[in-house]
Design a protein around this ligand. Sequence first.
Ligand SMILES: [Cu+2]
Length: 139
Amino acid sequence: MLPSSRALSLLAVLASVVAVTGCGGDDEDSGGGGTTSLNRQESGLAPTKADGAVHVRMRLAQSGNFKYVPQTVTVKKGQKIVWTNPQGSTTHDVKGLDDDFRSDELKRGDTFTYTADKTGLIDYECTIHPGMLGTIIVQ
Ligand SMILES: [Cu+2]
């Protein structure tokens, strides 16, 4: 018979293992070809692919919270931002806090594109997950 405090900590360990292995989303960047050099830029400047757009993904962080990766992107005025939802089971969306834009619900593989037409700072959120926030700096 385990002391109850030990049983509790065992439960906590099991729960965190489930949380980490349950998402299975962190391997997705290792697949595919041709863009691997861009995939490590999880913060700071956003990956810019051949289409000239800046790409943001919705991901499950190790904390168990969803986040936009990168959380902050810097774009030039007129440059496209493309959000992609690569997760298997969770729907997200993208909504500017000042209602500059709003996506439909994005399911697995869905994308949303926005082109910033004025310089400044745009904060945005996922209306499905409170606290899932991102920022666009338009230069
Ligand atoms: Cu979300």
